[in-house]
Design a protein around this ligand. Structure first.
Ligand code: NAD
Length: 342
């Protein structure tokens, strides 16, 4: 790749999410979208006029076979990610693939191996790792402001969109799992999931996933596409302070509550520690507004240019897929606890 010229991007999939990549990579300095592939070419119609310098095809192999394309962005349904990413890598392209990287761990390991073999970059679209609010929350946790973490709780609910290829767990929870793994810097020991299928049989619309992390840290994720409210909230309870990240609230994305319980050395009448509730100030740190997907695309360019280390690489994608796979197995087994490798 010539370091002075634009990085030439090929984009596969122009459904709901793909057009965001077309817009961003076309606007970012240092990249251009050479071509897009969309099986249903009618979806490309609105973009032909807006992006006259981009070619539109109905067959992704036109992009694979184009030697001028440096990197492929894969924004297709999850079940197609493995085959498309592998094909792209074997053709010598770098890859930015949407989450989840694959639907199973064997396929995810295959992507890790193929990326190493071909010496190509694979980055997974775990957008929340590029979200300024999540990064600020991570900073406050790592600085010790919250004390030792006790538990985390994530809610990701809305009415739709309802997917045909995966359940609500695989569609939505990879976001929260990627955030948890990043914030805690470790894998859960085990997971357990319960869910219900109300719209279609056999595909859960709502799932409650528990994750058991080392050090007695408990985490819970509630995902649903059958809920009246759009909620994107993460609550982190520490021994010193408590924090809430609300992705829907752009002006007060993070709140840090000086709340907790103090164990008084004095003994109560019953010979126990006295528990004093601490209800102090609320701190709202300033989080500069930025579009997470744009940050992610810029980061991909920086990685390809050798300016930044790989974040959200294939190993991260694999770990998220391993957690999701264990969660799916637990769901199928009626909530049985499923252990994970450390
Ligand atoms: N990071 C995020 O916040 C976020 C948000 C939404 C979706 N996503 C992810 O993006 C991916 C796509 O989601 P979506 O909502 O856009 O799905 P979608 O079904 O709306 O769009 C996918 C498109 O890919 C096309 N397609 C499938 N296989 C193709 C192929 N081989 N060649 C060319 N086109 C092909 C389909 O025709 C469809 O138009 C999923 O993996 C999803 O999880 C991520």
């Amino acid at each position: 790749m010539n370091t002075n010229s634009d990085i030439r991007i090929g984009l596969i999939g122009l459904g709901y999410w793909g057009p965001n990549y077309l817009r961003i990579f076309s606007q970012l300095p240092g990249s251009q979208v050479t071509a897009c592939a969309e099986k249903d070419l009618r979806k490309a119609a609105p973009f032909r006029r807006l992006f006259p310098g981009t070619n539109f095809y109905d067959d992704h192999r036109r992009l694979i076979d184009d030697p001028s394309i440096d990197a492929l962005v894969i924004a297709t349904p999850s079940r197609s990610h493995h085959a498309l990413a592998k094909e792209a890598l074997l053709a010598g392209k770098h890859v930015l693939v949407e989450k989840p990287m694959t639907v199973g761990p064997a396929e995810a390991r295959d992507i890790c191996r193929t990326a190493r073999l071909m010496r190509k970059v694979v980055m997974v679209g775990h957008t929340f790792l590029f979200n300024a609010g999540v990064q600020a929350l991570k900073h406050h946790i790592r600085s010790g402001l919250l004390g030792n973490l006790h538990y985390l709780h994530a809610e990701r609910t809305n009415l739709g969109p309802i997917r045909d290829d995966v359940n609500a767990l695989l569609d939505l929870a990879p976001h929260d799992v990627s955030i948890f793994l990043d914030l805690l810097g470790k894998m859960p020991r085990a997971v357990s999931a319960h869910g219900g299928s109300y719209v279609k049989t056999g595909r859960e619309d709502v799932v409650f996933l528990n994750l058991f992390f080392p050090g007695n840290v408990l985490a819970n994720i509630h995902v649903s596409w059958l809920d009246p409210r759009k909620v994107r909230r993460l609550t982190v309870i520490g021994s010193r302070k408590m924090a809430v990240f609300d992705d829907v609230d752009v002006s007060e994305t993070i709140k840090i509550y000086d709340k907790g319980v103090i164990k008084e050395k004095r003994y109560s009448n019953f010979g126990e520690f006295q528990m004093i509730l601490r209800d102090g100030d609320i701190l709202i740190p300033k989080v500069a507004l930025s579009e997470p997907l744009k940050n992610q695309c810029q980061y991909f360019i920086d990685v390809l240019r050798g300016r930044k280390p790989l974040l959200s690489g294939p190993e991260v994608g694999l770990r998220v897929v391993e957690v999701m796979d264990a969660a799916q197995r637990s769901l199928r087994a009626g909530g049985k606890t499923v252990a994970l490798r450390s």
